[in-house]
Write a protein that binds this ligand. Structure first.
Ligand SMILES: *[C@@H]1O[C@H](CO)[C@@H](O)[C@H](O)[C@H]1NC(C)=O
Ligand SMILES: *[C@@H]1O[C@H](CO)[C@@H](O)[C@H](O)[C@H]1NC(C)=O
Ligand SMILES: *[C@@H]1O[C@H](CO)[C@@H](O)[C@H](O)[C@H]1NC(C)=O
Ligand SMILES: *[C@@H]1O[C@H](CO)[C@@H](O)[C@H](O)[C@H]1NC(C)=O
Ligand SMILES: *[C@@H]1O[C@H](CO)[C@@H](O)[C@H](O)[C@H]1NC(C)=O
Ligand SMILES: *[C@@H]1O[C@H](CO)[C@@H](O)[C@H](O)[C@H]1NC(C)=O
Length: 433
């Protein structure tokens, strides 16, 4: 979605003086490990996770996603330039479509199921996600969502006290469209799992207690991630939030990998090439300050964790080799062979509404089973969840139906509601195997 214009800011009740200084970052707290009332509710719980599953290239991965910025814009912004000098700059990392939401959905479930909008959807519980793969091996996980008001909050957004312009209208700092784990019923309808969709106050609590999990997905709020603001605003946020954590061993120990990237480009007409940098103690010393031009997409974060921990796969785009290369330094340590895609054959990854799927209103087809014969980077089999009709393969799907022309919404689109669902799937306690 386009950034808020000044006109919209005015229309939404922000004072003129405020609009004139709309792009100035202000810290929501005294520091990334200090809880704040700006985040609505304080932490009630602490995870009890320990690093139990050793990976081949890292023991923890932390993904931090920012929003809507072209590669060139980010790459010429000082903080990002200096971060690139400390890590591996991935020059050929791509979003998979537009707008925002399907990119997040893709990185969690290995597909975006034809989704081409930011509306509120849910994905049935027979569809697997990275969480199934991690729990299957006993790898701990959590997502931290800045300004989400409570753990596992189900609503489409949350308007909190405006901390940038005190006295102005409440602001929707949290948006569900950047929190894809909540979109999957396999997570959001499971009472135990949904508690792992946590607030930033929980992040502070978990880090201070030394219980940060092994797979972590971080979504900054909609001003700090550059969505409603600028790359310079996001740069100030990183200076406040990420830089101190890089030198904190409770977050970044010698075995931690950090992927800092963006969901999609701001310009929809160019290749969906976003800035991505690998940071953290797990980066071999001789590779710090280097670049890697291997073709990667959001599916690469799935194949990379599969390779690292020897996980099963989702049997979706995460097992299509030419769009799911494993980050090279991890591929080298795990013996995975990446595919070299010639530059002139790299797609734009910018098409909208052309892919058939259960979340498409233009080319609607039901959810299909994953490809059970697929082999992922972890070498394991394809994970299947209860209720999956394994016979319903892509080849057997009926022809697509244009719901838009019929003036219908997809069966998986929903009106916003603000209560969390009940547990329908018991979650087994996995151990590291
Ligand atoms: C909320 O953030 C604003 C802006 O930085 C800051 O002035 C204020 O002190 C914060 N409030 C709390 C309770 O931390
Ligand atoms: C802590 O518990 C209270 C009461 O149940 C709830 O309102 C609040 O949102 C919880 N905090 C978090 C971070 O979930
Ligand atoms: C976690 O840390 C908080 C301080 O942030 C403390 O109040 C709490 O008791 C700790 N919890 C555990 C289980 O150690
Ligand atoms: C990947 O391979 C498939 C099948 O050969 C092809 O259709 C697709 O265009 C390729 N994609 C890339 C990114 O090379
Ligand atoms: C998945 O579950 C949904 C909801 O129950 C059902 O409509 C769909 O047919 C199932 N798909 C597969 C492939 O099992
Ligand atoms: C589409 O459906 C909505 C709600 O059901 C209705 O208000 C609208 O008039 C319909 N539009 C067309 C073009 O039929």
């Amino acid at each position: 979605m386009p950034r808020l214009s000044v006109v919209l800011l005015l229309a939404s009740g922000v004072r003129l003086a405020a609009a004139a200084t709309a792009q100035v970052f202000a810290a929501p707290s005294k520091g990334p490990l200090m809880q704040t009332a700006n985040y609505t509710s304080f932490s009630n719980s602490t995870l009890k996770d320990k690093v139990t599953c050793k990976g081949k290239a890292f023991n923890r991965i932390i993904q931090v996603w920012l929003e809507n910025t072209n590669f060139a814009t980010t790459a010429s912004t000082p903080i990002f330039e200096s971060l690139a000098e400390q890590g591996i700059l991935l020059t050929n990392y791509n979003g998979v479509t537009h707008p925002s939401q399907p990119n997040y959905v893709a990185a969690i479930g290995g597909d975006f199921f034809g989704m081409h909008g930011d509306n509120m959807y849910h994905i049935p519980s027979n569809i697997s996600t990275v969480v199934d793969l991690l729990e299957d091996k006993g790898v701990s996980w959590a997502s931290y969502q800045e300004n989400m008001p409570a753990d596992g909050f189900y609503g489409v957004n949350y308007k909190a006290k405006n901390y940038l312009f005190p006295g102005s209208a409440d602001y929707p700092y949290y948006v569900r469209k950047h929190n894809a784990l909540m979109t999957y019923d396999a997570v959001s309808q499971d009472a135990k799992r949904v508690k792992r969709i946590r607030t930033f106050n929980d992040f502070a609590n978990d880090v201070v207690n030394g219980t940060l999990p092994q797979w972590v997905f971080v979504t900054p709020n909609i001003v700090n991630d550059a969505h409603d603001t600028t790359i310079d605003f996001a740069a100030s946020f990183l200076e406040y939030w990420l830089l101190p954590l890089l030198t904190d061993s409770r977050v970044n120990d010698g075995e931690t990998l950090i992927l800092l990237t963006f969901d999609e480009t701001e310009t929809y007409t160019i290749r969906n090439n976003v800035f991505a940098v690998l940071l953290g103690g797990a980066i071999p010393l001789n590779l710090r300050g280097t670049t890697d031009d291997t073709l990667y997409t959001h599916y690469s974060s799935l194949s990379t964790v599969q390779a690292n921990w020897g996980l099963k796969s989702l049997g979706r785009q995460d097992t299509i080799a030419n769009v799911s290369n494993v980050f090279s330094f991890v591929a080298d340590k795990t013996g995975y062979k990446n595919v070299k895609v010639p530059a002139d054959q790299v797609p734009q990854f910018n098409q909208i509404g052309v892919v058939p799927g259960a979340l498409s209103s233009i080319h609607f087809v039901p959810f299909a089973a994953p490809d059970l014969k697929a082999c992922g980077a972890g070498g394991g089999s394809v994970f299947t969840r209860p209720g999956l009709n394994t016979e319903l393969t892509v080849a057997l799907l009926p022809p697509p139906v244009n719901l838009l022309a019929l003036n219908k919404t997809t069966p998986w689109q929903m009106s916003p509601r603000t209560t969390s669902g009940k547990s329908i799937i018991p979650c087994a306690d996995a151990t590291c195997v």
